[in-house]
Design a protein around this ligand. Structure first.
Ligand code: NAD
Ligand code: TDX
Length: 332
């Protein structure tokens, strides 16, 4: 039985991965999570007690990390400060967790030889113009825009250097925008759904024409598991699902799914440095590892996500007022 350590497993994508792994494999899973504002044990309910353990701690704690590496066969590293808007008002925790935290894990991987998979984002590549036919590939030069994406880019480069200089057994994946259950209400899709539940109109930054490439969190999980088990050490894999949509069309889909007119939204102050478009070419993952996504129907994915937030108000309600208070200060 594989013993898997998952950092950041109480957050959005990490918790979806933990649920996915425990439902689809016989691996045991330990989650290491600091439980920042973005992590909650409520996301880890109902898991099989004989195969699941939770450890409350910080990925920057070298002693704890080193002990946990020795007790596991492989590590998947999701823990991060993950929200661009927060990184614009308060970048320090991004530098600490995303850079120092990754360094701490890499040193443990170096000392123990444990297999390490690093979770990253397409934002490390910067952005594309709306009319550019190009998509990001594994060889696109790094060009991050925000404090968040620059610390993720830096963490990826640390991984590459630790592979090359020290022979660490690592792989990296860079995924596009995820959606699905258990995503924090600060993020775009949950914010608009929960605003509508509260009778507040959706808010689009700038002209609302920025494009994101959406993938369901379960497709991200299946891709990560494939890379962990079949990926080539030292390689980077891009994960996507051909889900390009403008923010306007995403909000229209949410409004439609919730029974409102498609134009019942407001345009608000733009995000400084707002990336225009992301788009992923995931053909390497398909051609080399045989992975394909299985949740590409965005409308039904949005309907299911709306239903999840309607049915799980006790999960998101405690975070809603503080998330909106931050946005109010930014005029968004
Ligand atoms: P999230 O903010 O929902 O969750 C992050 C988790 O990490 C939380 O549970 C938090 O408590 C934990 N954490 C933060 N600092 C920690 C520390 N110092 N020590 C231990 N735990 C800590 O984030 P998410 O959206 O689930 O993103 C997870 C990962 O996936 C990140 O690395 C992110 O860069 C990457 N990613 C996210 C997306 C997306 O669309 N959300 C897309 C591509 C890649
Ligand atoms: O209220 C809003 N209105 C709005 O128009 C919010 C919260 C966002 N937006 C826009 C900004 C982006 O163009 O929606 C888009 C998506 O915004 P976010 O959910 O903040 O995601 P993004 O900045 O694209 O980053 C996400 O995808 C890549 C994750 O938060 C990152 O962790 C991941 O690396």
């Amino acid at each position: 039985m594989e013993r898997l350590l998952v950092t950041g497993g109480a957050g959005f994508i990490g918790s979806n991965f933990v649920h996915y792994v425990l439902a689809n494999t016989d691996s045991s899973v330990t989650v290491l999570d600091k439980l920042t504002y973005a992590g909650t044990l409520d996301s880890l309910q109902g898991l099989p007690a004989d195969r699941f353990t939770f450890v409350h701690g910080d990925i920057c704690d070298a002693e704890l990390v080193s002990r946990l590496f020795r007790e596991h066969d492989s590590v998947v590293h999701y823990a991060a400060e993950s929200h661009n808007d927060n990184s614009l008002t308060s970048p320090e925790p991004f530098v600490q967790t995303n850079l120092v935290g990754t360094y701490t894990l890499l040193e443990a991987a170096r000392a123990t030889g444990v297999r390490y998979h690093h979770i990253s984002t397409d934002e490390v590549y910067g952005d594309l113009e709306l009319d550019d036919p190009a998509r990001f590939t594994e060889s696109t030069p790094y060009n991050p825009s925000s404090p968040y994406s620059s610390t993720k880019a830096g963490s990826d480069l640390l991984v590459r250097a630790w592979v090359r200089s020290f022979g660490v057994a690592a792989t990296i994946s860079n995924c596009s925008n995820n959606y699905g259950p258990r995503q924090h209400v600060e993020k775009f899709i949950p914010r608009q759904i929960t605003n509508l539940i509260d009778g507040v109109r959706p808010r689009l930054y700038g002209d609302g024409l920025n494009v994101r490439d959406w993938i369901h969190a379960d497709d991200h999980s299946s891709a990560v598991l494939r890379i962990l088990h079949a990926g080539k050490i030292g390689e980077t894999y891009l994960i996507g699902a051909d889900g390009e949509q403008s923010n306007r069309s995403v909000v229209e889909a949410i409004l439609e799914a919730m029974g409102h007119p498609k134009d019942a939204y407001d345009l608000v102050r733009d995000r400084p440095g707002h990336d225009r478009r992301y788009a992923i070419d995931w053909s390497k993952l398909r051609d080399e590892l045989g992975w394909v996504p299985s949740h590409q129907d965005f409308e039904s994915g949005i309907e299911a996500t709306v239903a999840w937030y309607r049915d799980n108000e006790q999960w998101w309600r405690p975070q809603k007022a503080s998330a909106e208070a931050k946005y109010a200060k930014m005029g968004q």
